[in-house]
Design a protein around this ligand. Sequence first.
Ligand code: NAG
Ligand code: NAG
Length: 174
Amino acid sequence: MYNFISWFLESHFMMRKLCFLILIFVWLNLVNSSVDGCTITKGYAVHMLTSITYDNVMVHCKSKDDDLGVHILNFTTLEYSWTFCENWLESTLYSCHFWRASSIDEQTFQVFNRTMAKTCYQGFHDANTCHWGIKQDGFYLFDNYARVWAKQYDWNHGRKSSQKPINEFALVYP
Ligand SMILES: *[C@@H]1O[C@H](CO)[C@@H](O)[C@H](O)[C@H]1NC(C)=O
Ligand SMILES: *[C@@H]1O[C@H](CO)[C@@H](O)[C@H](O)[C@H]1NC(C)=O
């Protein structure tokens, strides 16, 4: 009898714990998926805008398991963006390689990483956006707090004369 009571109490307690966990999980899912489709982890967007309208700027972004392909920014396509859910380990990292059509300028850097996540996080699951600005003199990041564009990188005046961009992602992937 005693065994049965303790078993009952224990399983009852376990059930309550389980129900509680399930409830939390469902709640987190609802909160998250209602706005950005991410489960538990945060959702982000990387957005880029060019002010170089008289030339084609090629952009090739990728993460460890997501190759976004080459995109062209120019007068007709000033913007490029994508959204994603941060992984469980919060180690999501996107690097982009940029190169110009009419010059040998290029650059490669991380447009999203752990540091950026902090910078781009705005406290809303659907509005965490990293805004990058591509200009003639370099690359700018919009500071959400100071509301200013802050320059992060110059163009690398380094591409060889061949059409093919060099050292793609060599700078960022360990
Ligand atoms: C501008 O970019 C688009 C792709 O985004 C491309 O189809 C188009 O040819 C480009 N325009 C010029 C003038 O190169
Ligand atoms: C993350 O990205 C930013 C912006 O490109 C860069 O300044 C920073 O060094 C990167 N962090 C790491 C750990 O590489």
